[in-house]
Design a protein around this ligand. Structure first.
Ligand code: GLN
Length: 244
């Protein structure tokens, strides 16, 4: 039986709009395939053996929640987490977590929160929040997928040349409300603004992340067993029909 381990970054401070549903979806789609997914919560002050991790999840949070953990992220987890990312750790980050993987987040109140700097992005808070349903057309391996989600952020995220975008925003504001960029990808790190939760209703992305982690741990021949996914795809389709 295959086993994978997931680090859930700061679940108490960084889990808005049901983001922890992403961890549940990852675990359930593993369980259905006979893969055990161990979940390790990472709280401020914890030492983490990043070399043993296969996946990580970093959810969204209020500016105040981000301020509580930004220093721990940088100073305690920084070196280990950065090394793991360079070693292709699979990481999904949503909204506030996504912002803190960039160079910095300047909040609308003027507080500058330094980020991990693994994504070549920076974020500047504005007065107006970007709120609503969203659709991002993303390329996952060879597959085009319309990711559906919900966004609520004041931060506007801008990309540098060292990162590629996850996809194109078809509905909603996306990273900054200006250039239709929706999310970023670096190695096996995926970041975007889509709450929802994202993974339960976008099973293509859930399986993409599990597959990356499985092959990183067990080799390129490790395959994901196919799963019946009708209900999840119906949920995704219902939102696409409503929004597009
Ligand atoms: N506090 C950040 C912002 O408003 C992130 C919000 C979130 O994670 N939903 O931009």
């Amino acid at each position: 039986m295959h086993t994978l381990t997931l680090a859930h970054l700061y679940p108490a401070e960084m889990s808005v709009y049901g983001d922890r549903g992403n961890v549940i979806a990852l675990r359930q789609r593993c369980v259905w395939r006979g893969i055990e997914l161990q979940i390790v919560p990472v709280n401020p002050g914890d030492q983490v053996a990043w070399g043993t991790m296969d996946l990580a999840f970093f959810g969204g949070g209020q500016d105040s929640g981000q301020a509580l953990i930004a220093r721990d992220l940088l100073e305690r987890q920084g070196v280990g987490l950065r090394n793991a990312i360079e070693d292709d750790l699979v990481l999904l980050a949503i909204c506030g977590g996504y912002q803190l993987l960039g160079h910095y987040f300047l909040t609308h109140a003027g507080e500058r929160l330094p980020g991990l700097g693994v994504l070549d992005i920076h974020t500047v808070g504005g007065k107006q929040r970007m709120i609503g349903n969203s659709v991002v057309e993303a390329q996952l391996a060879a597959q085009t997928v319309h990711l559906v989600g919900f966004e609520n952020h004041s931060g506007r995220t801008f990309h540098g040349s060292g990162v590629r975008s996850l996809g194109r925003v078809l509905v909603g504001s996306g990273d900054n409300g200006e250039d239709r960029v929706g999310g970023a990808v670096y190695r096996n790190v995926y970041g975007c603004y889509l709450h929802g939760s994202l993974l339960p209703k976008n099973p293509q992305l859930t399986d993409h992340l599990i597959c990356l982690a499985l092959q990183r741990r067990y080799g390129p021949h490790a395959q994901l067993a196919p799963l019946e996914t009708n209900l999840e795809l119906q949920a995704q389709q219902a939102m696409l029909q409503r929004l597009l």
